[in-house]
Ligand binder design. Structure first.
Ligand SMILES: [Fe+2]
Ligand SMILES: [Fe+2]
Length: 249
């Protein structure tokens, strides 16, 4: 799952992160620096409450998108022979998530400053996958986990769009683009699950129910990062219902 020929897998360099962020911004029709400049202009006119709400949610985005590298490394360390379609979907996924991380971080730094503090908080992150091991048993179960997580993220980003809009139209459009990427990740993991494991559709509802019930405190694992209150019970119920229906339709 290497990000470029010069970067070791899961340890992307700063230039690789910037390039991935620019690729996401370009898909939204902007340069990342122009989105950041616009966000800084809008931030100057916000109330303390608006700034607090934005800092909370964008930090959650920066951190969980950053954690994709830990999940990539964890997947590589599993004793599972992944299919070629899984590896291809995961490679695109990891590069996109790095880009999302770089976009959210660039906007945060432009709007609120404190890059050194942010980098320090990120460098201190340590994942703990132990409570999630029942979901890393085989490729099909992992695909259910990833599809569930990506679909929940699409919905959370959508629910946060009015908040993101406080930082200007360009940032809101960038977040809509990121939402579209998450929807593409969801579709690709679901598609691999269905095409590689046609005989396991009947197992999906049980896996999805266990995912919905997991309630594991988030520990830098990328998946199941549902600490932001935007992940309401209704949002997660609806996510589980939608995904279940895709396997039984
Ligand atoms: Fe993402
Ligand atoms: Fe994603």
């Amino acid at each position: 799952m290497s990000l470029s020929s010069c970067d070791p897998p899961h340890h992307p360099s700063l230039p690789a992160a910037i390039a991935a962020g620019e690729a996401v911004a370009a898909r939204a029709g902007r340069g990342l620096s122009s989105v950041a400049t616009s966000a800084a202009e809008h931030a100057a006119g916000l109330s303390t409450e608006q700034v607090e709400a934005l800092r909370y949610s964008i930090w959650e985005d920066i951190a969980s998108e950053y954690d994709a590298r830990f999940l990539g490394a964890w997947l590589d360390g599993l004793d599972i022979e992944f299919s070629a379609s899984f590896r291809s979907a995961a490679e695109v996924w990891e590069r996109d998530e790095l880009g999302h991380h770089a976009c959210s971080k660039a906007v945060w730094v432009a709007a609120f400053g404190g890059e050194r503090d942010l980098d320090q908080r990120l460098a201190e992150r340590k994942p703990n996958f132990a409570p999630l091991t029942p979901f890393f048993t085989d490729e099909f179960t992992i695909l259910c986990l990833l599809a569930y997580d990506e679909l929940a993220t699409v919905r959370a980003y959508r629910a946060n769009l009015p908040l993101y809009a406080h930082l200007g139209g360009p940032f809101r459009r960038l977040m809509r683009r990121i939402m579209a990427d998450e929807a593409r990740h969801y579709a690709s993991f679901l598609s691999v699950a269905q095409s590689e494991y046609p005989g396991r559709a009947a197992d999906a509802p049980g896996v999805i129910s266990r995912l919905r019930a997991a309630g594991v405190p988030y520990a830098a694992t990328f998946v199941l990062d549902h600490d932001d209150p935007v992940f309401t019970s209704e949002l997660l119920d609806e996510t589980a219902r939608t995904l279940r229906a895709r396997f039984v339709e």
